[in-house]
Design a protein around this ligand. Structure first.
Ligand code: HEM
Ligand SMILES: *[C@@H]1O[C@H](CO)[C@@H](O)[C@H](O)[C@H]1NC(C)=O
Ligand SMILES: *[C@@H]1O[C@H](CO)[C@@H](O)[C@H](O)[C@H]1NC(C)=O
Length: 391
């Protein structure tokens, strides 16, 4: 092992106590070992590039400061160094009613948004959880390679099959993909080759938000995104994980050009949907005791799923923020919003009627601007089928 030139002391990670999801414990140990190896071999620069970093989806006993997310700060010679700031997403190239423009022969498809709305309404009426899935799908798409529907691919331009769908945050977890496929099929029949999968994901998240909030949340979602042709499972570690602390959360959002306020606002989506026990059963003792007891009784094993918000589990409302204050949030990443940097926003969102809803609308619009591709981008297209690239 080469001597570490810059870190004053080596931290040894006991990787065997890494806690990880269900069936893949062996893989996790291997991955954790790789992470440690990469950190050792690479030294501090490990945190500057695209290296695998501890991202909060694995629960490691010790958090090594060198295993930090891409785009965040890295510790060099004991100093914390800020990396190049990421500009706010401009959304240049996007527009409201993008598919209603009669003068554009390549994008005119006036039925597109209506078809998505019908598909989402039908699916959410049958199962509200699908709406939660669609909102999360949009987040997971936009945070990895930008909003380019890379999250939907099962095979790519480079014939990669280890796509984002296989990444820890997505595997056995994403919901609502069949709604996107159904809407896409109808839209292709109405106007082939015009409407991107990335826009369908964005419109679906908007519509699900509207329905689950009983029309209180009205996102002005632009269109005009093009679809990407690549997708890699390893890039999903740019998504914060349930074990992420406040700094990692803020850094992850900053790395996408979003603010700490937007991080707090968007976390409010955890007021709907469900979560697996593996992600919070290690912190029952940190929760409100009665709430923890109730959850404990529900958690038969790591893969059991529970409602994320216990009062109005199917309504997209501000209730999540009262839960955070009351010690009734599930993940570490939820509970840490009580920290000094963010508690003011949490309190405002919990108490002031309509405040969170308006912020959520704007934050979702900005989320939809991250890393978008347009016609001008090489390797961008309008996919024919959302789970595979065009030939
Ligand atoms: C801030 C960092 C975040 C972390 C660490 C995080 C983590 C998680 C985790 C671990 C789950 C449970 C998945 C499972 O058990 O299968 C989950 C569910 C969910 N997340 Fe997040 N999330 C974050 C932010 C967001 C954002 C920004 C949104 C959307 C705007 C979002 C929307 C959702 C929804 C709706 C669900 C429920 C999904 C379903 O029921 O299918 N999350 N999240
Ligand atoms: C991610 O995976 C792709 C393909 O499997 C590989 O080419 C790339 O080097 C990996 N990136 C990192 C940071 O490991
Ligand atoms: C409509 O499409 C035309 C032709 O592509 C374009 O020049 C024009 O700017 C578009 N209008 C709007 C409002 O986007």
């Amino acid at each position: 092992m080469p001597p570490d030139r810059t870190e004053p002391e080596q931290t040894t990670l006991d990787v065997h106590t890494a806690i990880y999801l269900g069936r893949e414990k062996k893989m996790a140990t291997k991955l954790a070992a790789l992470i440690v190896l990469a950190a050792f071999l690479g030294g501090p620069p490990a945190c500057e590039g695209d290296i695998i970093c501890f991202n909060g989806w694995l629960r490691l006993p010790i958090q090594d400061p060198r295993l930090c997310p891409p785009g965040s700060r890295s510790r060099i010679n004991g100093r914390t160094r800020a990396l190049v700031p990421v500009p706010r997403p401009s959304g240049l190239g996007l527009g409201l009613g993008y598919y209603n423009n009669r003068s554009s022969r390549t994008s005119y498809c006036p039925r597109a948004e209506g078809i998505v709305r019908d598909a989402v309404s039908k699916a959410v009426a049958a199962q509200p959880g699908i709406g939660a899935g669609l909102i999360r799908l949009f987040f997971h798409d936009c945070f990895v390679r930008g909003c380019d529907a890379s999250v939907l691919l099962t095979t790519t331009n480079s014939n990669n099959r280890d796509t984002e769908r296989e990444g820890n945050p997505n595997k056995n977890s994403l919901r609502g993909l069949e709604v996107i496929d159904a809407a896409k099929a109808k839209i292709e029949a109405a106007c082939p080759g015009r409407v991107s999968c990335a826009d369908i994901v964005a419109f679906a998240a908007r519509d699900a938000s509207s329905i689950l909030s009983n029309r209180r949340i009205n996102i002005r979602m632009s269109g005009g995104r093009y679809d990407g042709r690549e997708s890699f499972a390893n890039e999903t570690d740019q998504l914060p994980g349930p074990f992420s602390g406040a700094t990692v959360l803020l850094d992850n959002f900053k790395a996408k050009g979003l603010t700490s306020e937007e991080m707090v606002t968007l976390s409010g989506a955890h007021t709907i949907g469900r979560a697996r026990c593996a992600f919070f059963s290690s912190r029952f003792s940190e929760m409100d005791p009665a709430f923890a007891a109730k959850l404990k009784a529900q958690c038969n094993d790591d893969d059991t799923k529970v409602d994320q918000e216990h009062v109005t589990p199917e309504v997209l409302d501000k209730h999540y923020y009262q839960d955070v204050i009351d010690g009734k949030a599930l993940f570490t990443s939820d509970a840490v919003l009580n920290s000094a940097e963010t508690i003011k926003q949490v309190t405002e969102n919990a108490n002031k009627a309509g405040a969170w809803e308006r912020k959520f609308e704007r934050a979702m619009e900005n989320l939809g601007k991250i890393g978008i591709k347009t016609k001008a981008d090489k390797g961008a297209e309008i996919r024919k089928v959302c789970w595979k690239v065009n030939n």
